[in-house]
Design a protein around this ligand. Structure first.
Ligand code: GDP
Ligand code: IMO
Ligand code: MG
Length: 423
């Protein structure tokens, strides 16, 4: 049996949460494979909006099992809040939410280290969500981390103390002004740990292996986007995990050959939150319109998202790195009303025209080269069938499909579950 994979192709916030929720009815298991509470996945149905950070986006479906995989980093404090937000729904959390014993824990001092590291960087800061993601993955690869399974051992608090003490010395080393009350943070942390321990911990790679044997359908849910990938993103302005397809193998223990469909999600334009290069970024009223109509504010931090035209050079790169088999175009409705739309099809790179993503895409090296397409005026948000889509939008879609060489199977025309057109 195969595993399907869904991931963001840009700088995150493409609409992964919405589409996972839409697709969950076809799957038995939804499994997050990387990232942590730096993610904010929004889904809307029945007039209510939900933002999930660590919990997979299939949680509202009655029959789906939701798994937090080994590649995820969990902040027990944020996790507890997420569970509290879910408490008003009648969900059997113990049964339908499973946690990998191999997932790593974000400690309060990881969050402080994130803040200290960013403060020390000054102007060169990453624009991190400050959720402790980088320091936690550093401890994972440095072989110092604490995992969910450790909580079942007697002496895990000794390990905790040793690591937290080391972190405190590291925070001092940064020599920046950060005020904190570790005792208070620890009280909150240990309370949250007790809540976490009420959940079901599993050996998730074995669980997924058995599930495949039993012909269960599995959808792996990515967080962030390909351009934030630690290897393939716009380093160093990236997150600290592999957000691309290979991350699902290491983040869940699924063999590469078992992955079937790779669903790639992108916005009809581009957004980015945090620092780092963004060749097609707009500083004019077109960018402002995208931000306003698209309500482009981060679901985790509330920060305004930077907006710009669609960048096909970057998108092609992401399609190739991930081996995308089906595309999903989000937020087409936000572009309604533009007279003309621009799509970046090449870069002028140090005076030369190139069509691939170079090592360095800083503004001083790269100027986007645009193809202009006609805009559409119709309000898409009430449309439910592909046959209703305006001609200019169909032309936009055909142009992208030709450039990307992958079919666009879903066009999303609003945040709600129902505002989803299958092609
Ligand atoms: P994720 O991190 O990829 O899950 O995306 P986010 O939830 O951070 O950001 C996507 C935002 O766009 C959310 O506020 C969604 O409710 C909203 N959204 C998703 N699809 C559409 C769409 O097709 N049209 C509009 N207007 N909003 C959408
Ligand atoms: P979802 O899953 C958008 C960005 C941050 C920052 C960089 C590093 O909702 O798409 P980190 O906290 O990982 O140290 O931040 O990555 N970032 C995201 N941007 N969507 C996300 O997740 C993001 N997660 C991290 O803004 O630039
Ligand atoms: Mg998001």
């Amino acid at each position: 049996m195969a595993v399907d994979l869904l991931l963001g192709l840009q700088w995150g916030d493409e609409g992964k949460g919405k589409i996972v929720d839409v697709l969950t009815k076809d799957y038995d298991i939804i499994a997050r494979f990387q990232g942590g509470p730096n993610a904010g996945h929004t889904l809307e149905f029945d007039g209510i909006k939900h933002v999930l950070h660590t919990i997979p986006s299939g949680i509202f479906h009655e029959n789906a099992i939701n798994l937090v995989g080994n590649g995820v980093v969990i902040d027990p404090v944020i996790f507890k809040k997420e569970l509290e937000n879910l408490s008003k729904f009648d969900l059997d959390i113990k049964k339908k939410l499973l946690i990998s014993r191999k997932a790593h824990l974000i400690l309060p001092t990881h969050r402080l280290l994130d803040a200290a590291s960013e403060a020390a960087k000054g102007k060169a800061k990453i624009g991190s969500t400050l959720k402790g993601i980088g320091p936690t993955y550093m401890d994972k690869t440095g072989r110092n981390g604490i995992r969910v399974g450790d909580l079942e051992l007697e002496n895990w608090q000794d390990k905790y103390r040793a690591l937290a003490n080391k972190h405190e010395a590291m925070i001092d080393f940064y020599d920046v002004d950060i005020e904190y009350d570790l005792a208070e943070l620890e009280r909150e942390f240990f309370t949250a740990i007790e809540r976490l321990k009420e959940l079901t911990f599993i050996d998730s790679e074995q669980y997924l292996y058995d599930a495949q044997k039993e012909k269960k359908t599995i959808l792996a849910e990515g967080a962030q986007g390909s351009l934030l990938d630690i290897d393939f993103g716009t380093y160093p302005f990236v997150t600290s995990s592999n957000t691309t397809a290979a991350g699902a193998c290491t983040g869940l223990g699924v063999a590469p050959g078992k992955i079937k469909e790779v669903f790639g999600i992108f916005k009809a334009y581009t957004t980015r939150v945090g620092s780092g290069p963004f060749p097609t970024e707009l500083f004019d009223e077109n960018g402002e319109t995208m931000a306003r109509v698209g309500n482009e504010f981060g679901a985790t931090t509330g920060r305004p998202r930077r907006c710009g035209w669609l960048d096909l050079v970057a998108l092609k790169y992401a399609v190739r790195v991930n081996g995308v088999t089906q595309l999903m175009m989000m937020k087409g409705d936000v572009l309604s009303g533009f007279d003309k739309l621009k799509v970046c099809t090449a870069y002028n790179y140090k005076g030369e025209t190139i069509e691939h993503l170079p090592f360095n895409i800083e503004a001083e090296n790269v100027t986007p080269i645009y193809t202009e397409l006609n805009g559409w005026q119709a309000d898409l948000t009430k449309m439910t069938e592909a046959s209703q889509l305006p001609k200019a939008l169909n032309e936009y879609i055909s142009f992208l499909e030709k450039e990307l060489e992958v079919p666009i199977k879903i066009v999303s025309v609003g945040p709600d579950r129902t505002q989803t057109i299958h092609r």
